[in-house]
Design a protein around this ligand. Structure first.
Ligand code: FMN
Length: 377
């Protein structure tokens, strides 16, 4: 039986004391009505907190700016939807957990012809919409801050800035989608991180020192699994130190399989490198408890197999080594809300393995992703 004890030690994250190392990451579940979480979404989050997860991150919520998304069933975080989110925060608190709300803008992925983004492109081979003016950047930055203020007002422990997977702020980070020449883009990572860092700094100034700010980023994009925001460790260090200095508390390093080394010659994954170089706590994520990654679930509709003992042994050892601090579990927690409790008791055989059908009908717009993964590219 692998030693799981490192995974069940407390961790201090800003003003929060978490009783173990597990996090539920943001996952859109289609349980919103006109952007506002329905009561069943609050119950779904609370059930995972009851199942032993001390930190729940709400599904991506569009920020308070009209350009943020046109996805029909998306969540929003605005004055109008604050009550629905307050119910989620309170339900999670009553179940013994804390909640961060994820702030999101889809940028160039918006599919109605009116997308705003750093350079009017999703990736080097796909134009969409147009480049934002500096005035539009300022207005969108204010939208992030307004939504963060609402999160604080309704009692959320903090927010997570969605800077991953090819959405707006990731489009700023990645040279493949950001060729601006105004100090906010181009070949230098210091320029590409400037806008996300300014947003973090403004949220920190507005929401105070005890409000947790997580920032989620990924090297991979839905449109390019092999992309690298940071080409090497020097770039990764420049980017993460800038974000730390702007006021980020924790970096959520999104990978598709947590056990993969980020660069050859060293076993550390992305969260491991970021923790070492950026001097901040990190969250790892990617196929915990499962043998296939989330994009395989989305694009092939394939049911994953279970992969628990090896994952638990590996995660426990890496936490004990100080490689990273927290572990996010996505699909496995959709499949079984008691996943963490069952890991703690060692009753792996009792875990109900996630199946693709648990997601129901996906509202996610796959067209841009499918097009990007055509064999010609
Ligand atoms: C149905 C579904 C919706 C998701 N929605 C979001 C989202 O809103 N924001 C986000 O950052 N990631 C989202 N993700 C990615 C997850 O947060 C997570 O990174 C991914 O599922 C990998 O973890 P897993 O392998 O444990 O499932 C979503 C994943 C799923 C399965």
């Amino acid at each position: 039986m692998p030693d799981t004890s490192p995974l069940f030690t407390p961790f201090r994250l800003g003003a929060l004391t978490l009783r173990n190392r597990f996090v539920m990451p943001a996952m859109q579940r289609g349980m919103c009505d006109e952007g506002s979480p329905k009561p069943e979404l609050a119950a779904y989050y609370a059930r995972r907190a009851e199942g032993g997860v001390p930190l729940i991150i709400g599904e991506s919520a569009a920020i308070d700016h009209p350009s943020a998304t046109v996805q029909p069933n998306a969540a929003w975080l605005t004055a109008k939807t604050a009550g629905g989110w307050a119910r989620c925060v309170e339900a999670v608190r009553a179940a013994g957990g804390a909640m961060l709300l994820q702030l999101w803008h889809e940028g160039a992925v918006r599919n109605d012809g009116h997308a705003l983004s750093p350079s009017g492109r999703v990736h080097p081979g796909k134009a969409n919409g147009r480049a934002m003016t500096r005035a539009e950047m300022a207005a969108i930055g204010e939208g992030f801050v307004r939504s963060a203020r609402i999160a604080r007002e309704i009692g959320a422990a903090g927010i997570e800035v969605h800077c991953a997977h090819g959405y707006l702020l990731d489009q700023f980070l990645w040279h493949g989608s950001n060729v601006r020449e105004d100090g906010y883009g181009g070949p230098d990572i210091a320029d590409r991180v400037r806008f996300p860092a300014e947003i973090v700094r403004a949220i920190r100034a507005e929401c105070g020192p005890d409000f947790v700010i997580s920032l989620r980023f990924s090297q991979w994009k839905e449109v390019d699994y092999g992309a690298k925001v940071a080409a090497d460790t020097a770039e990764l260090q420049r980017m993460t130190v800038t974000l730390r200095e702007a006021g980020v508390d924790v970096l959520h390093c999104s990978t598709r399989r947590f056990w993969e080394a980020e660069w050859p010659g060293d076993n550390r994954n992305l969260a491991g490198w970021v923790r070492a170089l950026g001097g901040l706590p990190t969250i790892t994520v990617g196929s915990v408890g499962l043998d296939t990654d989330v994009m395989t679930t989305f694009s092939e509709g394939k049911d994953p197999g279970s992969r628990i003992p090896e994952a638990v042994a590996d995660l426990g050892a890496r936490i004990a080594d100080g490689e990273f601090d927290l572990v996010a579990i996505g699909r496995a927690l959709i499949g079984d809300p008691d996943f963490v409790t069952k890991l703690e008791s060692g009753d792996y055989r009792a875990v109900r393995t996630f199946v693709r059908a648990d997601l129901g009908k996906l509202e996610w717009d796959a067209s841009i992703v499918e097009e990007a993964h055509q064999p010609v590219r």
